[in-house]
Design a protein around this ligand. Structure first.
Ligand code: NIG
Ligand code: FE
Length: 407
């Protein structure tokens, strides 16, 4: 048990209310036991029962819920700095993919990498993310694209979860059609539906089923069939939707009752309306928009229509080679015109909703996990405005300190 006192500002990020209200409490305290929050509020009102608990001092700093990165492609081998340069010189993401680069090149490297090596790489990324205040990570497969290698990646995620990481696994066997199926794509779709989904779900290796709906990946009809098959096996749908072209992905997300539709740079007005009507969360991925040089999703229009907008990194070796969620939040402010409070809720409670964990994490209130970050700033605005390598002084997950800045 512990009481964290002398919190300059506590951003509670409660699920109800507008995304622009981070539920700030000045001069606050937070009490937890057994990894669960027991009380949060103004320090002057701390109930007597918590007064004798072991206390720590937050030094007048900002305290926020542990950040939730609700969209990553965590397990991959190799990097693609060569493509970064080719894009700068004018080649497009799709041209590079058509020439055998892009996702296919990471698939080849990932297939050739052992589970042990993938595990080590993921561990090192997760440790770096924890240092930034991130306590929950959604992680997709999708660089295997065979039954065996997709299950191997999901097995790596299971090992990480068993080791204490708060990790939510998503099956993305429908990332692209792998090269060996290029002339028989229907067979690959059948493989995903008949074999990969049943195994991943049957062995409880994934909670969500994701599809990249795009001209260069899967059609709307293929996406619908795959997501419906996932649902029959208990996997909630998610989509990579309307990223490079507007293809009706947001509308499909609404139709199948997806937890989220992600990217959405090219979303239609109808897509916005339908997401609002059906309660699908929009996941904005500012790094992907920035690295591919495309305009970001219309966050203001989505928010005005009543669609909650999460912020995530999309960490992957192609379009978003960074796991720095606080920088993505700053970009959500500058590029997408989200307020700092909207970006913070977008990377906490709204992100938790996008991965079905809104009852466990994402806000600081009694009954939820004691996942939090102490930030060296006196306000949310100051934190996201003053871009620095790392403003996180301490990260707590399930009530235990997993990172502390000793400098
Ligand atoms: O979310 N859009 C598809 N997938 C990734 C890119 C993956 C890659 O380029 O390796 C994304 O941006
Ligand atoms: Fe992605």
């Amino acid at each position: 048990m512990k009481v964290l006192g002398n919190i300059g500002v506590l951003a509670r990020c409660l699920p109800a209310g507008p995304q622009d209200d981070a539920n700030l409490v000045p001069d606050a305290a937070l009490a937890w036991a057994d990894g669960i929050i027991r009380w949060a509020g103004p320090e002057a009102e701390l109930p007597a029962e918590f007064r004798g608990w072991p206390a720590e001092d937050a030094g007048g700093r900002l305290v926020v819920p542990g950040l939730v990165d609700c969209h990553t492609h965590l397990a991959f081998a190799g990097w693609r700095a060569d493509e970064f340069e080719r894009r700068i010189r004018g080649a497009s993401y799709l041209e590079i993919a058509a020439a055998g680069g892009g996702i296919a090149s990471t698939v080849a490297k990932t297939r050739a990498t052992s589970a042990g090596e993938l595990l080590e790489r993921c561990r090192s990324h997760l440790a770096a993310m924890a240092r930034l205040g991130v306590t929950t990570v959604e992680a997709k497969s999708g660089y295997g694209l065979t039954l065996e290698s997709e299950l191997r990646i999901l097995g790596v995620y299971r090992a990480l979860a068993l080791a204490g990481h708060r990790l939510v696994p998503t099956l993305l066997a429908a990332h692209v059609v792998p090269a060996e199926f290029r002339d028989r794509r229907a067979e690959y779709v059948e493989l995903v539906i008949d074999r990969i989904i049943p195994r991943a779900a049957g062995e409880s290796l994934a909670r969500f089923c994701d599809v990249f709906v795009e001209d260069s990946a899967f059609s709307l009809e293929e996406g619908r069939r795959i997501l419906e098959a996932g649902k029959r096996h208990g996997l909630r749908p998610k989509l990579h939707a309307d990223q490079l072209t507007g293809s009706g992905g947001a509308e499909l997300a609404a139709e199948v009752g997806a937890a989220s539709a992600d990217h959405l740079e090219c979303i239609s007005g109808r897509g916005i309306e339908q997401m609002a009507r059906t309660g699908v969360v929009a996941v904005s991925l500012p790094f992907a928009s920035l690295y591919l040089g495309v305009h970001p999703l219309p966050a203001r229009r989505l928010l005005a229509a009543g669609v909650p907008v999460a912020v995530a990194t999309d960490f992957n070796p192609g379009s978003a080679p960074s796991y720095h969620l606080p920088v993505a939040m700053t970009l959500a402010c500058t590029l997408q015109k989200m307020t700092p409070a909207e970006a913070l809720k977008g990377a906490t409670i709204v992100a938790a909703r996008a991965i079905g964990l809104e009852r466990e994490v994402g806000s600081l209130e009694a009954g939820k996990a004691a996942d939090l970050a102490i930030i060296d700033a006196d306000s949310v605005e100051q934190w996201l405005y003053h871009l620095r390598p790392n403003a996180c002084l301490r990260t707590v997950r399930r009530g235990e300190t997993v990172w502390t800045d000793s400098g």
